[in-house]
Design a protein around this ligand. Structure first.
Ligand code: ACM
Ligand code: ZN
Length: 525
């Protein structure tokens, strides 16, 4: 089959006889980001841009037969290049496609007609900067990668047991202290870093210019030891904990029984909302992997269970998330939550649920999916967690991702996310090696609906990888991305060994210590 060299592949392509020599270009239309960015990039590739000579690119925004605001029509023929889109977003994607075509065809473009629009409305990359901090410049490069892959969301995971990364004026310790850990999993080196409010504004503006919404995540009430390290009263027993050093979900959540905790959460969210501005419509509130042993022996948590007529700590989590979701919805924002909470517990009809449940089918996910009013984001770990080794999640497997394959409902589907968790991803170079080329495969699964031909994808990907390399994003070779069984199994064994390391043992010892110390204390009171 004769297909254009382009990833993600457009919705509809017709190819005609003839080629257009595009080494020299002249561009007619209103000035805008999409065009100035295109001009910068293609000049870097060796194109000549002039006012008088060369192939004429005419573009217009407004009247377009494609009604999706991210869609566009790109026509390449003997009269030149003609682009139409309803809005700037579509125009940007047209120029993204054009610059890749210029590279992939060495400036000799085939005559063609592309009519393109995305399958999913929400196409995201989750970027975890909690485990490891990435500099502002690295984040901007990640946004460049999202733009090239036609992703329109950066889900920014900003707080973790291992680090708090965003400046909050009312709680200065969060970044002064909570952004530094004394050492990391496998290193003896300290690690730290955070984003000032000015950094965040710059990052959000940079993303918005590229049709990317930045969605902040403050994960709560678990995954929060970095905040407890700064303000011990936020936990159940006012313990003095360090910012977590090692991998693994820690077992001390926020206390769900103290009003001062809700005040803290609302104050933080007020500043987040103010900071991210009107182009951000969602706030991710986490809600995943909340260990409830502390709540079981905390007098205050138990008092709320009693007062509210709740049956157990799982329902207490529902109560916590309900209060925080209401706070967000009252401000006109939509909360997003990780699913995991018992599907019988109602939280908020407006909340968007993000499904990440692991391998195999998950009954609770299926039940939540059937019951929830709100919309759904698919990010099943088996296909979209790019921190996994290639032995566990090969390029071929990533390409087979179907957002509906874990019980997510088509009628509620808002979109899907690719996830870069960073427990084992300490720097930008490793991030590229994890993301690329799997991000290319997943971006096509998010952009293009229906039957896919892996071998044709691999052929097109050859060009994309060269393009990414020249833009400074070094991809893993295809041979490594689809490893042999032996090599894959070795990678998996190494990965699993690292996961077991510390995660279990440290929490086990700490749980025993807390039960001994604090349940006795509450019994003798
Ligand atoms: C998750 O992987 N805990 C959302
Ligand atoms: Zn408590």
């Amino acid at each position: 089959m004769n297909r254009l060299n382009l990833v993600p592949y457009p919705k509809s392509v017709e190819i005609f006889d003839g080629t257009l020599d595009c080494k020299a270009l002249r561009i007619a239309g209103d000035e805008c980001f999409a065009v100035s960015d295109f001009v910068d990039k293609v000049k870097g590739m060796g194109a000549e841009i002039s006012l008088a000579d060369g192939v004429k690119i005419i573009y217009a925004v407004g009247d377009c037969e494609i009604s999706d605001k991210e869609g566009y029509i790109l026509r390449i023929g003997d009269g030149g290049i003609d682009i139409k889109a309803l809005e700037q977003a579509g125009l940007s994607y047209a120029f993204c496609s054009l610059r890749q075509l210029l590279f992939n065809y060495a400036f000799k473009l085939p005559y063609c007609l592309i009519k393109d629009e995305p399958y999913l409305k929400h196409r995201g990359l989750l970027f975890d900067v909690g485990r490891y901090f990435y500099s502002k410049d690295d984040v901007l490069k990640i946004i460049d990668l999202c733009y090239l892959h036609r992703l329109n969301v950066m889900h920014w995971h900003l707080s973790e047991d291992q680090g708090w990364r965003i400046e909050i004026d009312k709680y200065p310790l969060l970044t002064q202290k909570g952004s530094a850990r004394s050492h990391t999993n496998f290193g003896i080196k300290p690690h730290k870093g955070f984003y000032t409010k000015a950094d965040v504004r710059e990052i959000v503006a940079y993303a918005n210019e590229r049709n990317i919404q930045v969605i902040p995540e403050i994960d709560m009430p678990g995954h929060i030891q970095s905040a407890l390290a700064c303000y011990p009263h936020l936990g159940c027993f006012d313990r003095k904990l360090p910012v977590a050093t090692h991998w693994g979900v820690k077992h001390d959540p926020l206390c769900a029984g103290k009003e001062s905790v809700y005040e803290f959460v609302f104050d933080v969210l007020d500043e987040i909302i103010e900071l991210f501005g009107e182009n951000t419509k969602y706030v991710h509130l986490g809600g995943d992997e909340v260990f409830k042993r502390r709540w079981q022996i905390c007098e205050r948590c138990q008092a709320v269970i009693k007062k509210e007529g709740l049956e157990n700590e799982e329902q207490l989590l529902g109560y916590f998330m309900r209060r925080v979701c209401k706070y967000i919805t009252d401000k006109g924002y939509t909360p997003i939550l990780w699913n995991g909470l018992d599907a019988d517990i109602e939280v908020s009809d407006d909340a968007v649920w993000q499904f990440w449940g692991g391998e195999g089918e998950n009954d609770n996910d299926a039940a939540r999916s059937a019951k929830s009013e709100g919309r759904q984001i698919a990010s099943d770990s088996e296909h979209t967690y790019l921190d996994f080794p290639y032995g566990k999640l090969s390029l071929r497997k990533a390409y087979s991702f179907n957002p509906l394959n874990k019980g997510v409902r088509e009628e509620k589907l808002l979109g899907a996310e690719i996830s870069l968790w960073t427990e084992y991803v300490p720097n930008f170079k490793t991030a590229c090696a994890r993301l690329l080329p799997r991000m290319c495969a997943l971006s096509e699964a998010l952009w293009l609906k229906g039957e896919k031909d892996y071998s044709d994808f691999e052929r097109r990907l050859g060009y994309t990888v060269k393009y990414l390399n020249r833009e400074g994003f070094k991809s893993r070779a295809l041979k490594i991305a689809n490893p042999s069984k032996v090599r894959g199994n070795l990678q998996n064994a190494w990965f699993n060994r690292r996961v077991l390391h510390w995660q279990g043992l440290h929490n086990l010892l700490d749980d025993a210590y807390v039960s001994r110390k604090f349940s006795k204390k509450s019994k003798t009171k």
